[in-house]
Write a protein that binds this ligand. Sequence first.
Ligand code: BDR
Ligand code: CA
Length: 310
Amino acid sequence: MIIDTDTGSDDAVALLLALAAPGEVRAVTTVAGNVPLATGTRNALVTLQMAGRADIPVHAGCERPLVRPLSTAQHVHGPDGMGGHELPDPARGPELDHAVNVLLSLPRRHPGELTLVTLGPLTNLAAALLRDRALLSHFRHVYCMAGAADLRGNISPTAEFNVWADPEAARVVLQAATPETVTWIGWDVSRQDAVMTPADQRLLEELGTPLAEFAHRINRTVADWAHDVTGLDGYDLPDPLAMAVALCPDLVLERETVHADVALGDETRGQLLIDRRRTAPPPNVTLVRRVDERRFKHMLFAACAREARR
Ligand code: BDR
Ligand code: CA
């Protein structure tokens, strides 16, 4: 697996899920999004270190969207992206190779073997696709935490952050995608099937392991944001949900294949344009619509209950 991430608090929990799974994480690539690139890269390095996996290479990628200036989500994840939770300094820096080079070269060396999971704006993947339009076909599959198919947004009335942050990149990805190569798991699904209720938050805290404490603490500012903005008691975990689906596709209870594009205009920036007309162009993406919440949470708690590898 390759994980492309703008590491903020829920990205970090998604990394923990991937590290708990049997497959191998070959590389983590970072992108600007929740936080500026250097902060997200640091957060990825620290998270791997906390989990005892400082051997996994981290490659920094694009520091701004394809066309637009960077707008972060620090109002959601905190200025450091990790809820202000005090973390150690990483003992190493990122590798020298740029993330986009890694996204281009690794799957070519292992055609059909690697799964790509994107947890941030799609800038790195789009930049790679601009150089190799056939790139998606070299992956086993590409899973993206992206979009809000029900048009209930988190960064605007109708848009989800990762797509809104770099809508041109999201369009590049959708224009190269097919339902067989790309699956999107949207914010709507996490609001429905991946909400950490107050009871879940207590359970996580009570696990008492360093990783559970880490996962609990770094999400504190997200919990406040979720309460203020969505009015719900409980925060959702979009990136861990996308990761869980990538690790275990049979968690998906409902999916549909559709033709989707992304709005680029000011008022509708980042909104998904799903064409369900009979005259629509052929489907270009698989959208997940429902996930098994009980199994997802089981995976989540199991990953956080582990002792970090020494
Ligand atoms: C997405 O945006 C970020 O804030 C989260 O990390 C997640 O990737 C949710 O819209
Ligand atoms: Ca993210």
